[in-house]
Write a protein that binds this ligand. Structure first.
Ligand SMILES: [Zn+2]
Length: 421
């Protein structure tokens, strides 16, 4: 399905490129990229069960066509991940392209106008579960490696491709396992997620916090004799909404939405004819770079204590467990970011502003160790996890070309043409 010929491809390549760069980028064929993404979508890898084996084989076959050796690894048989290298894996620096191949489920099929696993091409976009999140990035990264291999580029250092399982269900069987095995040790990292082909350099991280409010049980016929924990919680949450939310809203970052607190789940009581003596709320506090779990907990505690003083006595517990990851927060003047920014401008033919990633990516497993991380991928963030998920072919091709150029300039010693500076 090669619907765009090479002359069309060449027209999209801007003049900030050397002749060789333009040639490598033009070799990334829209038809081939489309077919790859369609195949990836047709090999379901939705979680549960998140069986990625067939989809991983699609990537492996494409890389094999270009003579790129691959290693397929799995801690649990179904959750296969793929690693591939161009250049010497032991030679520094290692630039890693990372994307996840598992997807969320299709959800309610009635809400789709296409088969979520059909990979339909409609009006220049490929449709299906994972088209954006994250098989679009898988296809773009794979095509970038294939183009570089076909061009026979010699790299100073190593370009690694990591296509992983288990991102949608936590990352422990994919990225974290590979990292802890020493298989993922990037010096420079590109995480493929949906940034609409903008370079994102920061993200917030999730911090789960549980609030339990206590009351006093009695017969449901005599509510005046008890302390209703559910009603107390409702009033305390309104207080937080009124007094804490505006404080969070004012806390900003140049590339990210403000800090937020989501009230995600509430449960309490025993049954209808008993005044409840407990109510538990599960909250999602998204931390900006520089914020800590301890500070976020203390802030909620201070607001609740104020409620206790100003409104009514409140007995409660706050609890937070599990690892809170570090924020991706790469300085905007880091040489890798500057290189990426220029490479994107040269491929896109326009400067695109740096941005932040609204969700949280697998980049969090590497953040905090000082390596530069950018998040970059085709697709609008809003189409991820939604019915009729789709991604324009143009964006896949542009992403693949950007990634190939980034690798060329970072690893092959190609200097930025003077006219682009
Ligand atoms: Zn994703």
């Amino acid at each position: 399905m090669h619907e765009t010929d090479s002359s069309t491809s060449l027209r999209t390549v801007s003049s900030g490129l050397t002749g060789f760069e333009a040639q490598v980028l033009a070799s990334i064929d829209p038809g081939e990229a489309t077919a790859l993404l369609q195949d990836l979508i047709r090999q379901r890898s939705d979680f549960p069960p998140g069986d990625t084996r067939l989809a991983i084989q699609v990537v492996a076959a494409k890389l094999a066509e270009a003579g790129i050796p691959v290693e397929i690894m799995a801690r649990r048989e179904q959750q296969a991940s793929l690693l591939a290298w161009l250049g010497d894996p032991l030679e520094a620096p290692c630039l890693t392209f990372h994307a996840h191949i598992d997807t969320v489920p299709a959800g309610d099929l009635q809400r789709w106008s296409v088969d979520p696993f059909g990979g339909e091409l409609r009006d220049g976009a490929v449709y299906g579960r994972g088209a954006g999140d994250d098989k679009g990035s898988v296809a773009a990264q794979t095509m970038a490696l294939v183009a570089l291999a076909r061009a026979g580029v010699n790299l100073n250092g190593c370009l690694q491709l990591a296509i992983v399982a288990d991102e949608e269900s936590g990352g422990l069987e994919g990225t974290v396992w590979l990292r802890d095995l020493g298989k993922l040790k990037p010096d420079l990292l590109v995480i493929g997620e949906q940034t609409n082909n903008q370079v994102a350099i920061a993200e917030r991280v999730a911090c789960g916090i549980d609030l339990t409010v206590f009351g006093k049980s009695t017969h449901g016929a005599m509510p005046w004799a008890g302390e209703n924990a559910i009603l107390k919680t409702a009033r305390a949450l309104s207080w937080l909404q009124e007094h804490l939310f505006p404080v969070l809203q004012r806390r900003t970052h140049p590339y990210l939405p403000p800090a937020t607190l989501n009230i995600g789940k509430i449960q309490g009581g025993i049954q209808w004819n008993i005044v409840p003596d407990w109510c538990k709320v599960e909250m999602d506090r998204r931390l900006l770079p520089g914020e800590t779990r301890e500070a976020a907990m203390k802030e909620i505690q201070d607001a609740l204590d104020e409620f206790g003083r100003c409104v009514e006595p409140l007995r409660y517990e706050l609890f937070s467990q599990g690892e809170v990851a570090a924020n991706v927060n790469t300085p905007q003047d880091h040489p890798f970011v500057i290189l990426a920014d220029r490479a994107l401008a040269d491929v896109a033919g326009e400067a695109r502003p740096l941005t932040g990633y609204v969700q949280t990516s697998d980049g969090r497993w590497f953040a905090g160790s000082g390596l530069p991380i950018i998040i970059f991928g085709p697709s609008e963030p809003a189409v991820a996890h939604a019915p009729d998920e789709h991604v324009p072919v143009e964006q896949i091709v542009e992403a693949a070309r950007f990634l190939a150029l980034l690798a060329l300039r970072q690893l092959a010693g190609y200097t930025i043409p003077k006219e682009a500076i």
